[in-house]
Design a binder for this molecule. Structure first.
Ligand SMILES: [Zn+2]
Length: 179
């Protein structure tokens, strides 16, 4: 009865309960990689050998392919995939969520005139008497008709605070807009 409850572990579970497997995989991958190189070198030599007939070349290639190469290569790729699971990509940036933070929420715009589709305001990048800065609310983008700066909310943060792209995304995700 207990036997019925035994189930296959997922790759993630195996990796979590078997951290030393990473080292073993790395060794196995190095061995397989050497073997693959040897086979490829052998086949190259065979093909460059003028004394061998085409039939012999074709036979040997087929033989090597069926018995060694394909199995080895499939195994090699499987191990590479398993190894990658030990080091999953961390801190993936949610760029879409950052882009969704409204521009109008990340800065106090002077002389803002708000309509349902646009906001006209003084450009925050320079002094001006008449508003030439427009926020397009639907696309969450901006354009200044005076200094010609334009872009989305990430660009706005980059230009406003002198941050790079990644820093700007992190800033937007952490502030989530003005509260
Ligand atoms: Zn401007």
């Amino acid at each position: 009865m207990v036997h019925n409850e035994i189930r296959r572990l997922s790759a993630k579970e195996i990796i979590e309960s078997f951290p030393e497997g990473k080292e073993i995989l790395e060794r196995e991958i190095a061995v397989a990689s050497e073997q693959i190189k040897k086979i490829e070198k052998y086949l190259k030599t065979l093909y460059l050998d003028e004394s061998q007939s085409e039939d012999i070349k074709s036979f040997i290639t087929h033989f090597v392919d069926v018995f060694f190469y394909k199995k080895l290569y499939d195994n090699y790729r499987r191990m590479r995939r398993e190894l990658a699971m030990y080091d999953p990509p961390r801190n993936t940036l949610n760029v879409e969520a950052a882009k969704a933070v409204p521009i109008e929420d990340v800065h106090e715009f002077a002389k803002a005139r708000i309509s349902s589709t646009r906001i006209h305001a003084n450009c925050p990048f320079h002094d001006e008497k008449h508003p030439s800065f427009v926020i397009y609310r639907k696309t969450n983008s901006f354009h200044c008709f005076s200094c010609k700066k334009s872009g989305d909310v990430i660009t706005f943060i980059q230009k406003m605070f002198g941050l790079n792209f990644v820093e700007s995304v992190k800033y937007l995700l952490s502030c989530g807009g003005r509260t």
